[in-house]
Design a protein around this ligand. Structure first.
Ligand code: LLP
Length: 475
C-alpha cells in the first residue's frame, strides 16, 4: 500500500471514535482542539451515521445532496458560533474591551453575518456591497469598520450617511475626500490609518499584504510616508484620528509574525507620539490566522493568536513607555473556514493507466477558485462511503473549460463510482465569496444546518437568474 494511504488510514483510526449520542449510535469525529474536529478540517458536528454516511449538524450529507442538488455548500451553524465564542473567551481573560471584528469578505452571506452579529462581534466591510449586507444583517453602524484601498465617492457617502463607526483610510486621496465629505452636523469622522509594516509572511504571495514597499495597500513605514500621513490626518478638521490598522497576510500558521507586527506597530505609535504628541487609542492588527485545510495542517489556535496579540501589544507598550492602546483584530477565515463543506456529485471517471485517474464533479473553479489562484490544497471524502477505506489516489476535477480546473490534484479515496457524493471540507471562507458564473454556471445553493434541521440561506441560481441583467439586442 502506498505511504499516503497508510498515513490517511492512521489519521482515520486516530480521529473517529465511537460515541453514544441520544438514541442514535454513530461514529463522531471527536471535537477536541481548536482546528475543529480533532486533526480534521471538518465542521465540529461532523459524524458518521448509522447508514455509514457523513453528516454535519445532524443532517445526512447524502440526503442534503439529493434534496437540494449539487454543488451545494453546507454550513454548520454550531461551528461558526463556537469559533466566535472561542475568540470572545480568549479575550475575556486578557482584554475585556477588545474589538473582535468579523472580516465579512470571507463569507458575506446575510444569515452568516446575522449569526456573527448575534455572537456580539463587530464587522468589517471593504466595499459598498459588503456595507449594505452588514447593515441589512443588523450590525449597528458604530460596530462597522469600512476598509478598501479605493473607496469611491459614492461608497464614502453611503458610509457617512449610515454613520459607519470607523473608516480605515488607505491613501492620501481618500484622506482628502473623506475630510471634504465629512463634518455634516459638526460631526467628525473617526478614522484609523492603514499602515504597511514591512513583514514578509510565509503564505502565498497573493495573500501577503504587509510587505513594506511594493504593495498597493496602506501607508508604508518607508521614507517617512506613514508619518507624513499621520500629520496630514491630524491636520484635517473633519476627521478624528483614533489609531492605526495593519493586516499582514492571510492563512498564517505561526503567531511569530503577529508578534513582530505588534512590535513594529507599537514602535510606530511611539514615534508618532514623540513627534506629534498624538496618543494611539486603537490598534487594529487585522486578521490572518490560518486554518486546517488538510488533517496534517498545524495552524496556531485562536487562543494562541489572541494571547500573542494582547501580550505583545502590552509588552511593547511597556517597553516604549506608552499607554497600551485598545486592541482590535479582524478574523475572517478562522471564523467561517471550517464551518462549511461543499458537496459534489461524481459524473465521470477517466482512468489514464499509469498516469492519473480523473474524477469529474459537477462544480469546480466557479465555486472554488482557491486551488487555481493560490495553489490551495484540499482533502476530500465520499459522503456515501464514509466508512470505506481509501484504496486509490485520484484527482478531483471540475466541469469547466480549463485544464487548470482541478479542485484536488491527489487525494486518497475509496473506489469511486458515478453518482458518489464527494465532500470537500473547509470551504467556508473565500469559497462562495469568490464564486463566479464562469461558463454561465449558476452559483450553488447554500444550506445552513443545525441540530438535524436544514435551511436554505442562499438559493441556487437558475438559468433565468443568469440573464436577469441582460438585455436582448435592439429591443
Ligand atoms: N482584514 C483585512 C484588512 C483583510 O484584507 C483581510 C483579508 C482580513 C482582515 C481577514 O483575513 P483572514 O482572517 O480571513 O485571513 N481570498 C484569499 C484571502 C484574501 C484575504 C484578503 N484579506 C484566500 O482565499 O485565501
Amino acid at each position: 500500500m502506498d505511504l499516503r494511504l497508510q498515513l490517511w488510514e492512521s489519521v482515520v483510526v486516530l480521529s473517529w471514535a465511537k460515541v453514544e449520542a441520544g438514541p442514535r449510535v454513530f461514529s463522531q469525529i471527536s471535537s477536541m482542539g481548536d482546528g475543529g474536529a480533532l486533526d480534521m478540517p471538518y465542521p465540529l458536528t461532523t459524524a458518521i451515521n448509522r447508514r455509514g454516511h457523513l453528516e454535519v449538524g445532524g443532517c445526512d450529507l447524502v440526503d442534503l445532496a439529493y434534496k437540494y442538488g449539487t454543488p451545494l455548500f453546507v454550513v454548520d451553524e454550531e461551528t461558526i458560533r463556537a469559533k466566535c465564542q472561542q475568540y470572545v473567551q480568549a479575550f475575556r481573560h486578557l482584554e475585556e474591551d477588545a474589538e473582535i471584528i468579523y472580516a465579512s469578505k470571507a463569507f458575506g452571506a446575510l444569515a452568516v453575518c446575522q449569526i456573527i452579529r448575534e455572537e456580539g462581534l463587530f464587522v468589517d466591510v471593504s466595499t459598498g456591497g459588503e456595507l449594505y449586507v452588514a447593515l441589512r444583517s443588523g450590525f449597528p453602524p458604530h460596530q462597522i469598520y469600512f476598509h478598501g484601498n479605493n473607496k469611491t465617492e459614492e461608497e464614502i457617502e453611503f458610509g457617512l450617511r449610515e454613520e459607519v463607526g470607523t473608516f480605515v483610510v488607505d491613501g492620501l486621496q481618500e484622506l482628502d475626500l473623506l475630510d471634504r465629505l465629512s463634518g455634516r452636523g459638526g460631526r467628525r469622522t473617526d478614522i484609523l490609518l492603514r499602515i504597511t509594516p514591512g513583514i514578509e509572511t510565509s503564505t502565498h504571495k497573493y495573500i501577503q499584504t504587509g510587505q513594506i514597499i511594493d504593495n498597493k495597500f496602506g501607508f508604508p513605514l518607508y521614507m517617512g510616508m506613514a508619518m507624513a500621513a499621520v500629520k496630514e490626518a491630524l491636520s484635517k478638521s473633519n476627521l478624528r484620528l483614533r489609531g492605526f490598522h495593519t493586516h499582514i497576510g492571510s492563512q498564517l500558521f505561526s503567531v511569530d509574525c503577529f508578534e513582530k507586527a505588534a512590535e513594529i506597530m507599537v514602535g510606530f505609535c511611539a514615534e508618532v507620539q514623540n513627534e506629534t504628541g498624538f496618543v494611539t487609542e486603537k490598534l487594529n492588527l487585522g486578521g490572518g490566522l490560518g486554518i486546517k485545510y488538510r488533517s496534517s495542517d498545524r495552524p496556531a489556535s485562536i487562543e494562541e493568536f489572541v494571547t500573542t496579540v494582547v501580550k505583545s501589544v502590552r509588552r511593547w507598550s511597556d517597553n516604549f513607555d506608552l499607554p497600551s492602546p485598545g486592541i482590535a483584530i479582524e478574523p475572517g477565515r478562522s471564523i467561517v473556514g471550517n464551518s462549511t463543506v461543499t458537496l459534489y456529485t461524481v459524473g465521470g471517471i477517466k482512468e489514464v493507466p499509469e498516469v492519473r485517474t480523473f474524477v469529474a464533479v459537477d462544480g469546480g473553479m466557479s465555486d472554488n477558485i482557491r486551488p487555481m489562484l493560490y495553489d490551495a490544497v484540499y482533502e476530500a471524502r465520499i459522503a456515501n462511503k464514509a466508512q470505506h477505506s481509501p484504496q486509490q489516489v485520484v484527482a478531483i476535477v471540475g466541469k469547466h473549460c480549463e485544464c487548470g480546473d482541478i479542485l484536488i490534484k491527489e487525494v486518497a479515496l475509496p473506489p469511486v463510482q458515478v453518482g458518489d457524493i464527494i465532500v470537500i471540507p473547509a470551504t467556508g471562507a473565500y469559497g462562495y465569496a469568490m464564486a463566479s458564473n464562469y461558463n454561465l454556471q449558476p452559483r450553488p445553493a447554500v444550506v445552513l444546518v443545525n441540530r438535524g434541521q436544514d435551511f436554505v440561506i442562499i438559493e441556487r441560481e437558475s438559468y433565468q437568474d443568469l440573464l436577469r441583467l441582460h438585455k436582448p439586442l435592439r429591443q
